[in-house]
Design a protein around this ligand. Structure first.
Ligand code: ZN
Length: 454
C-alpha cells in the first residue's frame, strides 16, 4: 500500500492541511486521513490529476511545421488541415505508437492523470484496412500501457468529406468507415481495451456533423447505450455555415433539436455558439470540451466561458492538436481569452473562489465526466490520479490555498510537478517520467526519418 503524506491538498470540500492518502493495490484511493503505517511518500501540495479530455496524439509530430505562410492567400484552419492530411499519410502503426508514447509521457509530466483519445486514424494509406481492423487502436492502447496513463479510447466514425456527403480524399481515406465496418472496428477496440488495466475504458465518437450524416449518427448512438459520447461541434465559422446550409440549423441548434444531449456527451470546441446556444448547451449537463491552446493556434475563436459557466455549464480541457502539452497553459489561455474579449480581469472567478480555483475545479469534474472515469477527487473510492508538488520554490513558497493554484497557472511558467500517479501507478518521480529516456530516444529516432515538408 502506498501512503502519501500531504502538507496541503485540495479535496472536494476545499483545502485541507496535514493529511494522508492511502492508495490500494487496485489503484483506487482506499482512505483519506491518519494512517497507522508510515508514509511512503511526502509532498507539499497534493492535487487531483484531471483527464485530458481531447487528444489526437499523432498530430504532436507535426507541431512547429505549420507556422509558415503557404500558397493560400490567407492561412486558416482549413489550410492547416490540408497539411495535416499530407503529413499523416506517411505514418505507420509503429510511428503512431511511438508518437503516442511521447505524447502520453508529456501529458503525465504536465499533470494529466488520463487521456480521452479521439482516435480517427484507422487504416493504411489509401484507406486499406489493416489485417487486424483495430490495429491503430491497439497501438494507442499499447502506448497508454507503456506510459501508464489512464485511457478513455474513443474510436471515431468518419464517413464524408463534408455535409454534401462527398467521399473522403487523400490522407482522409485513412479515417473512412461505413457504419457497419465502424461498429466492427469499435467492438474489436473495446475488446483490446480489456487487455489493459482496469481503469481503461472506451466510448463513441462521431467526428462531427460535417463527417457523419444524420443517419450514421443515429445508427451509432443506437449502438452506444452507455458510456461517453464525444463529437466536434462548432469550431469554425465555415463549419457553422456548411451545417446551416445542409441541415437547416446551426450545429449546436441542430444537435440539441435532434438528439437527447445529456451528461454522457462531451462537445469539443464550442467556439462558435450564439448566446442562446450557449445557454441551451449549459442546461443539458454535457461537458464543453475546450482546447484553448489549439483553438488559439488554429484561429477558431473564443469560447463564451463567462456566460457558459454563469449558466452552470460544465467544462473540461484537452490538448487536441498537441501543439504544446501544458495543463496550466490551457487554463491560463482560457481565462486570458475572456479578459481580452471583455477588457476585464478575473473573468471566471466567483465571490468565494479565485480564477485558478474555479477553472481547476471545473477541469477535474468535467474531465472525469467526459472521460467516463471515476477520478478528479481526493476521496475514497476514486482512482488515485494525483499530482504532488513541492512548494519551496520561488513562486509558491509564500502562497496558500487558491493563491497556490493561481500562482501555478498564471505565474510559475513551467511549474515543477514532482510526482504524478495514474490509478495508483507512480509514473512521474522527481519531475521525470520513469521511462523518459527510452521514450525520447525512440521518438527522436523516428522523427529523424519522417518527411517534414508538409
Ligand atoms: Zn479535435
Amino acid at each position: 500500500m502506498q501512503i502519501i503524506h500531504a502538507k496541503q491538498g485540495l479535496m472536494p470540500d476545499g483545502w485541507h492541511r496535514d493529511f494522508e492518502v492511502a492508495i490500494g493495490a487496485d489503484g483506487r484511493i482506499a482512505q483519506v486521513g491518519p494512517q497507522v503505517s508510515a508514509p511512503t511518500q511526502r509532498v507539499d501540495l497534493l492535487l487531483p490529476a484531471p483527464v485530458n479530455l481531447h487528444s489526437h496524439a499523432f498530430q504532436r509530430a507535426m507541431a512547429g511545421l505549420t507556422e509558415a505562410r503557404g500558397p493560400d492567400p490567407r492561412d486558416s484552419f482549413w489550410s492547416w488541415r490540408r497539411l495535416m492530411y499530407q503529413f499523416l499519410d506517411q505514418l505507420t502503426p509503429e510511428n503512431v505508437q511511438t508518437i503516442a508514447a511521447l505524447v502520453y509521457m508529456e501529458m503525465l509530466e504536465a499533470g494529466y492523470g488520463a487521456v480521452a483519445e479521439f482516435h480517427y486514424l484507422h487504416h493504411d494509406v489509401g484507406g486499406v484496412p489493416y489485417a487486424t481492423l483495430s490495429e491503430m487502436s491497439d497501438r494507442i492502447i499499447a502506448a497508454a500501457i507503456d506510459t501508464g496513463i489512464g485511457l478513455t479510447l474513443l474510436p471515431v466514425m468518419y464517413q464524408f468529406g463534408g455535409c454534401d456527403l462527398r467521399p473522403l480524399q487523400g490522407g482522409q481515406r485513412r479515417f473512412d468507415n461505413d457504419p457497419d465496418r465502424f461498429l466492427r472496428l469499435h467492438g474489436a477496440a473495446m475488446v483490446a481495451l480489456t487487455r489493459g488495466p482496469a481503469d481503461f475504458t472506451g466510448g463513441m465518437a462521431p467526428h462531427s456533423l460535417r463527417a457523419v450524416d444524420p443517419n450514421g449518427l443515429r445508427e451509432m448512438l443506437e449502438h452506444a447505450p452507455t458510456g461517453p459520447i464525444h463529437m466536434h461541434l462548432a469550431e469554425q465559422v465555415a463549419e457553422v455555415d456548411e451545417v446551416l446550409a445542409h441541415l437547416g440549423a446551426r450545429p449546436t441548434e441542430w444537435l440539441l433539436a435532434n438528439h437527447a444531449v445529456d451528461d454522457r456527451w462531451c462537445l469539443i470546441h464550442c467556439t462558435q455558439m450564439t448566446d442562446i446556444e450557449t445557454d441551451a448547451l449549459a442546461a443539458t449537463g454535457a461537458v464543453a470540451g475546450l482546447c484553448p491552446l489549439t483553438e488559439s493556434s488554429l484561429g477558431d475563436g473564443i469560447f463564451n466561458g463567462t456566460r457558459y459557466l454563469g449558466q452552470g455549464g460544465r467544462i473540461g480541457v484537452g490538448s487536441d492538436s498537441n501543439i504544446q502539452i501544458s495543463l496550466f497553459e490551457e487554463l491560463k489561455t482560457l481565462e486570458y481569452s475572456q479578459r481580452l474579449r471583455d477588457l476585464s480581469r478575473a473573468a471566471l472567478a466567483t465571490q468565494d473562489r479565485s480564477t485558478g480555483r474555479v477553472m481547476f475545479d471545473a477541469a477535474v469534474r468535467g474531465g472525469a465526466q467526459a472521460g467516463g472515469r471515476d477520478n478528479g477527487r481526493i476521496a475514497p473510492g476514486a482512482w488515485a490520479d494525483l499530482i504532488g508538488l513541492e512548494t519551496d520554490t520561488q513562486w509558491l513558497c509564500n502562497r496558500d490555498g487558491d493563491a497556490l493554484l493561481d500562482s501555478l497557472i498564471f505565474a510559475a511558467g513551467q511549474p515543477s510537478l514532482r510526482d504524478v500517479w495514474s490509478a495508483g501507478r507512480h509514473v512521474v518521480k522527481e519531475g521525470r517520467h520513469i521511462r523518459r529516456d527510452a521514450i525520447i530516444y525512440d521518438f527522436t529516432k523516428m522523427m529523424m526519418q519522417l518527411e517534414t515538408r508538409v
